[in-house]
Design a protein. Structure first.
Length: 270
């Protein structure tokens, strides 16, 4: 009787290749893992395909034009007025800046406001941001006007209405989700600085503010309507997250052994 030889466990490289072919089921000799979708708050959703989000945005909004740089690593999208611009850096690590969005009074003036988002920013958050730009909300700002209590209240009202915890710690004003896994922070000192490009708002989600899964930052004069739209998404919208679930061995899975090179037939005539 021929003795069955147990297949060796998959290496990391082989597992990645198998997941690429079939992302929902993966089996080795010891266990089965399934990537199942679950509905979660928007701030905890998967990042999805940011490049596809940008492509869809450009396909449906003819007043924006796509520009490629000398390198394929970056794409620029510029509004026909040339006063609202998007920079998208491809293949960006989760914790590094993947998006920079800026608005200008004129095509050659300084920035009115600037916003950045890291590579792991959830798809629902990025979608809401792009939708707001498409609706013409990028110019809804009062350049030079002080960032006062009314501005902050408008930007964060959806969070307050949803019961997010509001705290004040010196210069920092914070709103934290009921679960403590997301938040918005406003720097009252930076808000009064004459430079328009300093990060005054920080939106984050993850284990805690010091170890965020993703962050989004915005300068003082970022439109309060844009920030309010993002707050609404954080507080009330949902998204999808795929979680790997391990289970007992199932030999009927699509992937059961490491991929091997094709065998060379013995006795082949030449």
């Amino acid at each position: 009787m021929t003795k069955d030889i147990e297949a060796p466990p998959l290496t990391d490289t082989e597992r990645s290749a198998a997941e690429a072919r079939n992302p929902f089921t993966l089996t080795d000799a010891n266990h089965t893992a399934r990537r199942e979708p679950e509905t979660v708050p928007a701030y905890a959703a998967d990042a999805g395909d940011h490049d596809a989000l940008l492509d869809a945005f450009l396909d449906t909004h003819g007043d924006w034009e796509k520009w490629r740089t000398w390198s394929d690593d970056t794409t620029h999208a510029i509004h026909e007025s040339q006063t609202l611009r998007i920079e998208r850096i491809h293949e960006t690590p989760d914790h590094e800046t993947a998006w920079t969005i800026a608005a200008y009074e004129t095509p050659v003036s300084d920035r009115m406001w600037v916003l950045t988002a890291t590579g792991a920013t959830p798809a629902p958050v990025m979608q809401e941001l792009l939708d707001h730009l498409a609706d013409g909300g990028g110019w809804d700002t009062a350049i030079g006007a002080p960032v006062d209590e009314k501005t902050v209240t408008v930007a964060t009202q959806p969070l307050s209405d949803a019961g997010w915890k509001h705290t004040v710690d010196g210069r920092w004003i914070r709103w934290t989700s009921p679960a403590g896994d997301a938040g918005v922070q406003f720097d009252a000192v930076t808000a009064q600085h004459p430079t328009q490009n300093l990060a005054t708002w920080t939106i984050w989600a993850g284990p805690d503010p010091d170890r965020p899964s993703w962050t989004l930052t915005a300068s003082p004069h970022t439109p309060s309507s844009l920030l309010a739209s993002l707050s609404e998404t954080l507080a009330h919208e949902t998204g999808t997250r795929h979680t790997t679930i391990a289970g007992p061995e199932r030999r009927t899975s699509l992937v059961t052994t490491p991929p091997t090179a094709p065998a060379v037939a013995a006795g082949r005539s030449h």
